[in-house]
Ligand binder design. Structure first.
Ligand SMILES: C[C@](O)(CO)[C@H](O)COP(=O)(O)OP(=O)(O)OC[C@H]1O[C@@H](n2ccc(N)nc2=O)[C@H](O)[C@@H]1O
Ligand SMILES: Nc1ncnc2c1ncn2[C@@H]1O[C@H](COP(=O)(O)OP(=O)(O)OP(=O)(O)O)[C@@H](O)[C@H]1O
Length: 288
């Protein structure tokens, strides 16, 4: 195989409840994850010298800290694999956006290199490895819309409607660690069941904290709420609203001011990464 090109899709947290804080500082939460058909892209080419080279510079992120390089090295260590790779990144997902860009890049790297290097590791093994890189990585590895518990790693797959989402990107970057360490964050929401959440929805406990600290986000929510019910994803900065028709979402997107960029993408219960990998595997077996 000469190279492998795969998407690293965004996610939305359709609700996010914080139940408590563990002794290690991580938070027990309940969240509903759905993927978006809107992705970074990664292109992997094999190297025989064992080196991992990220060919694309990501401003502000040294290569050794990039989750792509960290995921590739973790996979080498865990499997004893001596192969390497050159990796290119086409970055589309806003960083610090709450749509999981870094975590998704990490998951695509784990699945992509598992395939390229012929390691045959299961999704469960790769998800366990991914959790070492971040709480959001396992859902991207498993690739199914899910109700997540624990710190985000205990996943129950769910079937959700797949509306069109308008995602607006207020011009601020929010640090996840900052919001989770805010003293004023609600940390005692009672546990719910997946059934209740699917029936009644839920809120994002991070939203009041983020709105207070980032007026740009609170103003964007006021604006989008004029068209549809809008909510924060993760710890922000992105906000979203659902529409049954793509054209309707695009018409609203076109009416937003220039300083509030946005995109429209469909919600997906199967990750576009898994759809692309299945197609890739079919092509490989066809070509022998
Ligand atoms: C906000 C969410 O995106 C919702 O899906 C996730 O909970 C965050 O996932 P993530 O960005 O992959 O998080 P990590 O990279 O593991 O952690 C970033 C920071 O968020 C905090 N963090 C994260 C997840 C969690 N359940 N509790 C936490 O307190 C930790 O302080 C950590 O320092
Ligand atoms: N490949 C990568 N893409 C984006 N960010 C990366 C990557 N590797 C490391 N990072 C670091 O991770 C930080 C968070 O980036 P990311 O885009 O994942 O935020 P996020 O969407 O808010 O994440 P989440 O929703 O998982 O909390 C960045 O500010 C950057 O320092």
């Amino acid at each position: 195989m000469t190279h492998l090109r795969l998407p690293a899709p965004a996610k939305l947290n359709l609700m996010l409840h914080i139940l408590g804080r563990r002794p290690d500082g991580y938070h027990e939460l309940q969240t509903l994850f759905q993927f978006l058909d809107y992705s970074d892209e990664l292109i992997f080419s094999p190297r025989s010298d064992g080196q991992i080279q990220l060919l694309t510079d990501l401003p502000g992120v040294p290569s050794d800290s990039n989750l792509i390089v960290r995921a590739a090295r973790l996979l080498q260590q865990a499997t004893g694999c001596t192969q390497g790779a050159d990796i290119q990144l086409v970055k589309r997902l806003p960083m610090g956006g709450g749509i999981g860009g870094g975590s998704s890049d990490a998951a695509t790297t784990l699945l992509g290199l598992n395939h390229l290097w012929g390691l045959n590791r299961s999704l469960a093994e790769l998800a366990e490895l991914g959790l070492k890189l971040g709480a959001d990585v396992p859902v991207f590895v498993q690739g199914q819309a899910a109700f997540a518990e624990g710190i985000g790693e205990r996943l129950t797959p769910v079937e959700l409607p797949e509306p069109w989402f308008l995602v607006a990107i207020p011009p601020v970057s929010v640090s996840t660690a900052e919001i989770f360490s805010a003293p004023e964050l609600t940390r005692n929401t009672p546990a719910s069941t997946v059934r209740t959440v699917l029936k009644c929805g839920g809120r994002n406990d991070c939203q009041p904290v983020v709105e207070k600290r980032y007026p740009e986000i609170s103003n964007a929510l006021i604006l989008l709420n004029k068209f549809t019910s809008a909510k924060l994803t993760g710890t922000g900065c992105c906000i979203f609203g659902a529409f049954s028709e793509e054209a309707e979402a695009k018409a609203v997107s076109a009416q937003l001011p220039e300083d509030l960029p946005s995109f429209v993408a469909q919600g997906c219960n199967e990750s576009p990464l898994h759809t692309a990998l299945k197609a890739q595997i079919e092509i490989s077996s066809y070509l022998g």
